[in-house]
Each structure stands twice: as structure tokens, then as C-alpha cells.
Write a protein that binds this ligand. Sequence first.
Ligand code: ADP
Ligand code: MG
Length: 301
Amino acid sequence: MRIAILSRNKSLYSTNRLVRTAKKAGHRVNVIDPLKCNLLLGRDRHKVFYNSSTVDKFNIAITRIGASITDYGLAVVNQFDMMSIPVINDAASIARSRDKFRCLQLLNKHNIKLPRTIMVRSPENLATAIETIGGPPVIIKLLQGTHGIGVILAESIETIESTIDTLWKLGQSIMIQEFVKESRGEDIRAFVIGGEIVAAMRRKAKIGEFRTNIHRGGHASAIRLPEEFKKTAIKSAQVMGLKIAGVDMLNSQNGPMVMEVNSTPGFEVLEKSTGINIAKKIIEFAVNYAKNYSVEGPGIT
Ligand code: ADP
Ligand code: MG
């Protein structure tokens, strides 16, 4: 099978693991940098040019679109889709997950528990808005943040007001979220492939930090997920339409609460802490998906 991996850099751990695993299984693999793709529309229908040759013979594209290139990356993923090359994950589901508020709106509609969250765009009645989510301390979040950047803990109304004011002046959209204290700097990352949990880890923030992100110094250890967390993670991925997803959950006194669903989850720490071969599971799923896709034909987009 011919597999394209849409990724900026073949030396990134997850990309590299996918390439090596696919090759080992006898597939032909190309890493395609989305930013180097030229996308043509018009008389020749949909085409992708890459390094001056056309791209068209792939059976499947696995998308690894980083947050810094979301817009162009999504155009590229859509173009592959239009050329009837099956894509995992597709552009619509990546777009949904990249907007944190949109993601929570969808999860909320499907009765998945999440921290109380309020989106505001006016300084009037800010204090009342904060009361509706339980009062300070609260988390202020940028809608497009990643790796813990843009997640701020604010302890008092004054800090909340001045932080939000600054962010608005910088043109950022934000949401305010209840701080789930009982999680005590711990959360759970579940990795979902094709509607199944393949691995999970508990992440613990470093001392003095509430964010558990590995990029912020967090530590991970393997866990067996309790049933309730499994169900929540699987349903969250399904609601977002993501075939591959990293679901971040807090262990609240009311059970699992979802904070976000990642559409391009890295798996270096997960593989290292669990010993599970995530790359193999992704390639196997992608290959199966591609086989069934050619039987069913392209979906309508
Ligand atoms: P990012 O995309 O930057 O990872 P998240 O929404 O996953 O953003 O938040 C980053 C981290 O901050 C989480 O992994 C968690 O440790 C902490 N965190 C986020 N929201 C809350 C919250 N409402 N209550 C407690 N901790 C939170
Ligand atoms: Mg996260």
C-alpha cells in the first residue's frame, strides 16, 4: 500500500515511528510537508503539486497537522480528500478539535461532562459571569492554545480582569473555566484509534505547576483506565469525528471531565511509558480503513 504522512518534519518522533513501522510492514511511505504542497483547482480538477511533481497515487493519508499550520494544513487535507484519497483524521474533525470552545460545545451537546465553562467578549458583568462558573480561582484559556501555552490560572477577580483585558487587546479569543481543584495537578490522556482505547497514561504536573503537559515539565505513567474514563474518551472521539484522538480528562469528584480532544496527538511519551506500540496500531488501522474505503468509495464532503 502507498501511505502518505502529512507532517512538517520526518525526524519528529511520531512521524518517524509511523514511517519506520509502515516500511517494516512492507508499505511504501512518503512524508509530505503540507507547507510545500501547492494546491490547484480549476480545469484539471483537484491536484496537489509537491516538489514540482503531482501527488495522486496514495491509498491513504495520515495527517499530522501541528497547531502552528492549522489553516494551510486543513486546505491540504481537504485537497487530498477531494482527490478521493482517504484521510485520517479528516479536515472537518481536525478543525472542530482545534477550536477549544467549539469542541466543548459539541461534547456538552452529547452529555459528556466538562468543567463549567463560559465564553465572554465584554468586560461588562464579568464578575457575574465568573460567579456562574463558581467564582475564582478560574482557568483562562485561549481557544487555540496547545502544550499548555495559553492556559492561565487566575486567583482573584482583579487578576482575571487584567489578564483578560490584555488578551483581548492582543486580539485573542478566550474562555473562562472552572478550576477543577481536586484533580491536584494530575490528568489522564487516553489514546483512541478507530473507536477503541489503545493506551492511556496519567500525567502529573511538576511541583508548583498545575498544567500536566509534558512540554511544561509533567511526568507520565501508564494506567489501566477505569470503565467510566474509557467510555468518556471513546464517546468524545466519536462526537468529534476523530478516528485518532488524544482525549485529556480530569478526575473530578463527579467523575471524568473532558478538557480537550487532540486531533494530532504525539505518542512518544505514551509509547515510552506504556510499552505499547502505538505506531503499529495506527498503521494497521489506516491500512484496514483504506481497504474498506476503496470498497465503499469516497464519502461525500
Ligand atoms: P492544551 O491544549 O494547552 O494542552 P488543556 O486544556 O489540555 O490545553 O490544558 C492544559 C493542562 O492544564 C491540562 O492538561 C490540565 O493539567 C490543566 N487544566 C486545564 N484545564 C483545567 C481545569 N479546568 N482545571 C484544572 N486543571 C486544568
Ligand atoms: Mg491538553
